[in-house]
Design a protein around this ligand. Sequence first.
Ligand code: FBP
Length: 551
Amino acid sequence: MTKSALQIARAAYVPKMPEGLWSNVRLEEGAATSAAGDAEEIKKLFPNTYGMPVVKFVQTDGQPGLENPMNVGVILSGGQAPGGHNVIAGIYDGIKRLHPQSRLFGFILGPAGLIEHNYKELTGDIIDEYRNTGGFDIIGSGRTKLETKEQFDKGLEILKKLDIKALVIIGGDDSNTNACVLAEYYKAINAGVQVIGCPKTIDGDLKNEQIETSFGFDTACKVYSELIGNIERDCNSARKYWHFIKVMGRSASHIALECALQTHPNICIISEEVEAQSLSLDDIVDQIATVVAQRAEKGLNFGTVIIPEGLIEFIPAIKSLIAELNDLLSKTEEFSLVRRSQQREYIIGKLSQENAKIYASLPEKVAKQLALDRDPHGNVQVSMIQTEELLAQMVATRLEEWAKEGKYKGKFATITHFFGYEGRCAAPSNYDADYCYSLGYTASMLIASGKTGYMASVRNTTAPAHEWIAGGIPITMMMNMERRHGEMKPVIQKALVKLDGAPFQYFKSKRDEWAIETDYVYPGPIQYFGPTEVCDQPSKTLQLEQRGKLE
Ligand code: FBP
């Protein structure tokens, strides 16, 4: 592998860890737990893994390590997120510390690797190549859902063959829900295999009172904010374009909000607010056009708009259209027989009157994108929908109308961007490098303590790393019942942006000023070397959530 100068320098970085993990550890157990909602139902569905205590690790002088080696398996599930390699390095170092003959096996290309018995042993040489690097390429990732008994049994065959004591699933809310179902099943049949989850997703929507943040969010947002800052500086120099920038985040708007806190754009749409206020596409267009017109009055014919990737699904009218489309497209056989050129007409003919009207009003390209295949979890592939173009076009049309009515005098030229894949595999920031390594190391300690159905947790992460608290949270504690594909299912609650939360409230208090004034912030690239207060800074979202203020 040819390495860049940064990779060579970063290979020498030693991730910081919570003090509790520095030497031999002792487990401290808290009180029994319940569920996030529907406790009775969750208890019935998870009789073997419900109600376990929250645990934390503290230093002890006790016996070092384990008497016997332990073999561990690891899976990377879902979208890439910076720091995944460090979780694996943390697991590796943890199990080796417990016993030098312990072994780590990685399942290739996500959960499918477990079912298809496709794996490789991760030895010290391999691990060293990937320390502090971005990406998931050490074993690859995939979106196969681990959910059926057949899959669990097939997986168990290979786990037994490799004498694997525990499986670590590194994934988002859906993958960790499935990790919990798997843990329950293996415990119920006395399979002798533990399952531990790790919170991953750049989207930042796997968090709750117990899990402060998902890894990857920090780095991805810093990369997008660097790019947005660069665009803002260009825009403030050329003074002739409005930039419409869509950022990833399939559902929640955490990434958009964090980027706004970092760069002070003129406009940032927050999907959760759109839904709460029942705004239509037209209302959003009006809001943007109003700011464009106000800036034009001051001679400022330029600006930046941040759009969350998931927006379209939060506009109530479009949400109902998507729900009906999902039903319609699930009858795939009938739909696949319709010729491509006639699909739009076919869909319009089948939809209810109200949804047909909305669907017909959408630009051809967007209508087509809404009818594309769903992902394996049944989600619309929002990253394929060009909302940034849709909004730019609709705002242009609105401004033309206003110009005719004499309500707007200005120039409106647009450039659109989509930032998603640019940030998902970046070299992890110090925060993510430290957080991920600590999560992996914690996972290995949970395994050694015989735990199953737990998610590795590292808390107090806005403090210096030695003060972080490592432990485990029973996954059932984060669950409730939700309707998925027409059925009530136990799932980890997805964390959307809280409109009464400190990050959104801070943004709200500033956004009118940012809209009209040009108050851009240029964060520049992630700092890996230099003063700790610069390099180790956690996201603005975390700073506001944990400390209630920005440093
Ligand atoms: P996860 O939820 O699996 O972490 O993935 C998040 C994400 O990056 C979203 O932001 C984006 O919508 C989606 O993945 C893109 O999916 P794909 O990787 O399949 O293109």
